[in-house]
Design a protein around this ligand. Sequence first.
Ligand code: PXG
Length: 300
Amino acid sequence: MGATFVHEMEVTMKIYLNGEYVEKEDAKVSVFDHGLLYGDGVFEGIRLYDGCVFKLDEHLERLEFSAKAILLELPMTRNEFSEAVCETCRRNDLRNGYVRLVVTRGSGHLGLTPDGCGPPNVIIIADEIQLYPEEFYENGLKIISVPTRRINASALPPAIKSLNYLNNILAKIEAKRVGFQEALMLNDKGEIAECTGDNVFIISKGVLFTPPLDAGSLRGITRGAVIDLASELGVPYREQALTRYDLWTSDECFLTGTAAEVIPCVEVDHRPVGNGQPGDMTRKFIASFREKAKVDGIKI
Ligand code: PXG
């Protein structure tokens, strides 16, 4: 009986769904939800470190901006979202993990117009996280630029963290099919935008560079944390349009994202970055970020 109980404990997962905490099996939304039918909705991916939610307020602000940009009225206040995120972590006995917060347009008719949709569905999933294996933090990732471009800002501002990830998914597939873990995505001018779920940084001659947001990058929360760290570590920092050439000839390169944190990149388009090993500055950023993550959150 004890073993069965343990097993049940393992499989049970509480999902926040529109104000209620329901079992995973009961967490269901309509097939008429426009989040499913059209990718009409917004989301956030958030980390829980040692019982603290990292940069929760920043994530909720970005969610509000994403929702505003797509004219989706959020059904909850910042405080209500904050409390629901923390409570979902508590109910799942999590101290470390990953939180996926999703707000869809809600259930509607078969047609693009959101008229008649709603109320929005609010879903919060808190789970353990499958990180890149530690060897990638030690030895670095190899990335490759792919044909699929980051979506043009005049088509859909890439700052909106919407449920439309198809172009990033295609880029990821293209990289994986040719044996790489991650894809480097360019914008329609051929400049570096970002990777499929991570921002890109390089270090050249002691200066930290990342593409500006108008190159097609998401305003990553981890990106912001690394920019703050640069000033704390006394590393000069510039936002500047970057080309593939800039990455090929950089001394160091790393990616940042909620899931990956700070991860070194040691090869771009078959060219070794620097000496082909994670650089000293990158290691410093990884260590400092890990320190910051432990202390810079809201207690659940
Ligand atoms: N660019 C894009 C396109 C993203 O979706 C980031 C950069 C990094 O931002 P943050 O705020 O996380 O530092 C993201 C966000 C995943 C996954 O499963 C990750 C994201 C989105 C969707 C899935 O790894 N990252």
